[in-house]
Design a protein around this ligand. Structure first.
Ligand code: RP5
Length: 181
């Protein structure tokens, strides 16, 4: 159900270039096969009421689209870009090379190398071109990191992050309490 919702978001973005709310976070991925992982970023950002757009942008198969996406993101009002890719995962690094916006990379486990190929392709950026890389397949953390970045200049959003942290802590304490009994 959740995946269907994200897929419909994706289709809306492809067919409608004039979303009613300006997206603050761009969620892009190299292939629609990344969607089962990358949907988690959209879901957590939705929980924080952060507007997003979801797009397929491939560094290798649609290089012109990758350039135009990265070069237009800032002026379109995007504040953070989350980029997921698998295998020879060049998308996050290339996007970071083309925009001054913060880029968060999600290594997608997509090949026979168990995601290590994706992780190393994304994390081993040269000095001067940073990509904040999260764990393999952990698009939720990419979304949460984007919320934290936005929270620096948005007190209301930051307060919700604190609340999220408190809830996370309480959930662990409840489980620990149950174990003790
Ligand atoms: C990468 O190649 C994509 O990000 C995806 O993770 C991987 C495989 O893509 P498909 O062959 O499934 O389209 O560019």
């Amino acid at each position: 159900v959740v995946e269907a919702r994200v897929r419909s978001m994706l289709n809306e973005e492809i067919t409608d270039d004039q979303p009613s709310v300006t997206p603050r976070v761009g969620i892009i991925m190299g292939s629609d096969s990344d969607l089962p992982v990358m949907k988690d970023a959209a879901i957590i950002l939705d929980e924080f009421d952060v507007s997003t757009e979801v797009r397929i942008v491939s560094a290798h198969r649609t290089p012109e689209l990758m350039f135009s996406y990265a070069l237009s993101a800032l002026e379109r009002g995007i504040q953070v870009i989350i980029a997921g890719a698998g295998g020879a995962a060049h998308l996050p690094g290339m996007i970071a090379a083309l925009t001054p916006l913060p880029v968060i990379g999600v290594p997608v486990r997509a090949s026979s190398l168990d995601g290590l190929d994706s992780l190393l392709s994304i994390v081993q950026m040269p000095r001067g071109v940073p990509v904040a890389t999260v764990a393999i397949n952990n698009a939720t953390n990419a979304g949460l990191l984007a919320v934290r970045m936005l929270g620096v200049g948005d007190a209301a959003l930051q307060a919700r992050i604190v609340e999220y942290q408190e809830n996370t802590r309480d959930a662990v304490l409840v489980k620990a309490d149950k174990l003790e009994k």
